[in-house]
Write a protein that binds this ligand. Sequence first.
Ligand code: NAP
Length: 479
Amino acid sequence: MQTTVKGKQMFLAGKWEDRGTVIKVFNPEDGRLITTVPKASAEDAVFAVEMAKRGADTAANMPVHERMAVLEKTAAYVANHRDAFIQTIVAESSKTIREARGEVERCIQTLRLSQEEARRITGETIPFDQMPGHDNRIGYYYRFPIGVIAAITPFNDPLNLVAHKIGPAIAAGNAIIVKPASLTPLSALMLAEAFEAAGLPKNVLTVLTGSGQEVGDTLVSHPAVRMVSFTGGLETGEAIARKAGLKKIGMELGSNCPTIVLDDADLSHAVDACVSGAFSTAGQNCIGVQRIYVQSSVCRTFEDNFIKKVQTLKTGLKYLEEMDMGPLINENEARRVEAWVNEAVDKGAEVLIGGKREGAFYMPTVLKNVPAGCRIAHEEIFGPVVLLYEAADLDDAIEKANHVDYGLQAGIFTNQIDAAMTAAQRLNVGGVMINDSSDYRIDSMPFGGVKGSGLGREGVKFAIQDMTEPKVVQFNLKP
Ligand code: NAP
């Protein structure tokens, strides 16, 4: 018997719309079809931009208190419907119920931060008379909205990463078109429902479901789009940067984050934080711990305790409260992770625990002695695999930690202030977490990377900077 599934509509310039062709959305755990979403076309993307041009005028003319009210109401809507949001995240993504709950709370915070920051988009007065010949002038600059923003988002935080684009865009008075990941479009559509219910004027927000290749491409290259705000993989980011032309680009890309453990550290805390950092969201986390450098004298103890802790992790059905880890986003991804681990093992790496796959599930895996030439040693695994390395001292650990093409965040466990400060200065990343793993973040801090990890910063206030431009106003008092 064939069961029919009621399809979802997309939110195009204030209207909910169907299309003849659809994208199927599956539950990664069992491959069950959850629903479908419309497969928007390139023409839909062009139409969305045309409508967003009108939306940009509307948004720019909304007084700040109205933008704040919409953001406040949206946050309240998400809070009042939190169970539905949690269920949606668990269904479409690979998050466990506890992880989904955490993401919904963060989304509410991101929206509230956006509301708060809206009132702080300010400028400065400019002392023009600092230059001889410029007396009798006064003036200032203020920040004005950039216009139409295209936001493209990945699958791993399907709600909060979308909120990190829409919240700041609306706070700043822009119109925004979101193209969510085709694997996880449902949370983004629910967030559009929340903004609609909160009274966001028509045309200010579109959530266009469709393929990155087709819809994404059209949005990225459209001249009326003034900024592309992208979160996703390095390869896609580079392709977008090549096509974008003369517009701003914000790039939140991947990483293979390092964490250093020195011999004076609180090892028990370091173990707990590194296990959580490596395996939350089944390792599908841009700041997840991928490489751990442990000082030689404590390496054995750290390794033993780390493995003991990993043995306690429960991997299985996402809806069960006791589960620590769910599946990967699909079986193909689990197979890719398996292939990368197998390559490392063939080249001499040792599997301390894990290394097994069942369908879309890949068991928490710890590798040791991974040779430098393996893919997993320098690329982003984006799965539940962590690499343990011995480091002679801090210098050795920093050098190895920096020896990759990524630089998002890093962690260091130590109680020596000079070691902590040296690491903070010399680790080539966007954020150094002392006595926390690389996997530490709050939604208001500047967040982003260097090298292959991206350009620009998110974290509401910083995204708003990128989504606005300064305009100078000068008065010549004695013309
Ligand atoms: P992805 O494959 O790069 O896809 C991300 C988005 O880009 C999707 O919406 C995708 O659409 C779209 N896309 C694909 N090809 C495109 C093109 N040619 N033009 C425009 N858009 C295109 O990334 P993912 O696998 O979803 O996510 C994992 C990656 O995101 C990891 O590398 C992770 O580290 C990174 N990430 C970074 C951060 C951060 O803040 N730094 C946060 C989370 C994740 P389709 O789905 O339709 O293909």
